[in-house]
Design a protein around this ligand. Structure first.
Ligand code: A3P
Length: 317
């Protein structure tokens, strides 16, 4: 039976997550109320959130959006709705992390962990009700196995392993993390990297709290190859004024990615910015057998996502 149909396991996971939350729930409720009772309206509320998914181009998306004069974003990830210790700091704290708003601007932040943290949709919904404002949500997704490998690449970098020299070690790491030791099947129990790519599962949770039209989905694969088309769609979703996106990107052959460029009239020069070195890193070579098992594993999830959204991501189904 495929993983998607194994709903009892999903239910068990949800119950476990709820149990973890239960202890902090009352504390968090009290702190939240106390803060809302104070007048927080002097600070700007966010207009949009990039909710994830991790390693699907969230930084690229936010950086590109930030080129538009109507956009102001928080640089660091704020982790307000997902981390209890931040949530308990209250709304005032959250709003202070956001940039100041100039007239006509939209304020946003990105925290990719929002997409998978079980309690986040409910918290954002509650926040919306309290502040009387809808927040536009943006999700970027990417071919799920590539996303897993991107996640793996990050772990490998943190362990100071070399993607080429340590290839065997990396493949053994994947086998150990992604496959059940007895059944040999791909499992999401030990390694969060597997679970994040189950986009349909997480999105269903968001759709319980928000109308479908409130979550705009960006094709993260296309954001890499053709940022223009994705940025035009996001701008329409955010109702931004017309902007010359076309002159805002150029393909940097050395990086193998699009970089950003902006003409500064006062300086009569063009400012160029590529994303940092941690974005667009070379991926390790994954053994063919492992790769195809992972591709197979995600097929039901991909199919479900296509059925739910009506979007053909051109992934294996
Ligand atoms: P890789 O580093 O695995 O290639 P996030 O910002 O959510 O962590 O996503 C990181 C991913 O953004 C990178 O994964 C990269 O593929 C992708 N990306 C999309 N557009 C990019 C760009 N213009 N420059 C660099 N990386 C980009």
């Amino acid at each position: 039976m495929n993983a998607f149909l194994n709903s009892s396991k999903l239910t068990r996971d949800k119950i476990r997550s709820h149990a973890r939350l239960a202890s902090s729930k009352e504390r968090e409720e009290g702190a939240y109320r106390a803060i809302l009772n104070r007048n927080v309206s002097r600070l700007s509320y966010p207009d949009f959130l990039v909710i994830g998914a991790r390693k699907c181009g969230t930084r690229a998306l936010l950086t590109m959006l930030n080129l538009h004069p109507q956009i102001a974003v928080s640089g660091p990830e704020i982790h307000f709705f997902d981390l209890d210790e931040n949530y308990e700091r209250g709304v005032d704290w959250y709003l202070r992390q956001l940039p100041a708003r100039r007239p006509g601007q939209l304020i946003g932040e990105k925290t990719p962990a929002y997409f998978v943290a079980i309690h986040v949709p409910e918290r954002i919904r509650k926040f919306e009700k309290e502040v009387g404002k809808r927040i536009k949500l943006i999700l970027t997704v990417r071919e799920p196995v590539t996303r897993v490998v991107s996640d793996l690449t990050q772990s490998v970098a943190q362990m100071n392993w070399n993607v080429e020299a340590d290839s065997d070690r990396i493949n053994n790491f994947v086998k150990e993390k992604a496959f059940h030791p007895l059944s040999g099947k791909v499992t999401d129990e030990q390694w969060q990297a597997i679970g994040v790519s189950q986009y349909a599962y997480h999105l269903e949770k968001w759709w319980k709290e928000f109308p479908k039209s409130q979550i705009h989905i960006v094709n993260g694969d296309r954001l890499i190859t053709n940022p223009l088309s994705e940025m035009i769609q996001v701008s329409q979703y955010l109702n931004l004024s017309p902007f010359d996106w076309e002159s805002s990107f150029y393909f940097n052959k050395t990086r193998g990615f699009y970089c950003l460029q902006r003409y500064i009239r006062d300086l009569s020069s063009t400012k160029i910015k590529c994303l940092g070195d941690t974005k667009g890193r070379p991926h390790p070579k994954i053994e063919e057998k492992i790769y195809s098992q992972l591709l197979e594993y995600y097929k039901p999830w991909n199919k479900k996502l296509t059925e739910m959204t009506g979007i053909d991501f051109e992934w294996a189904i």
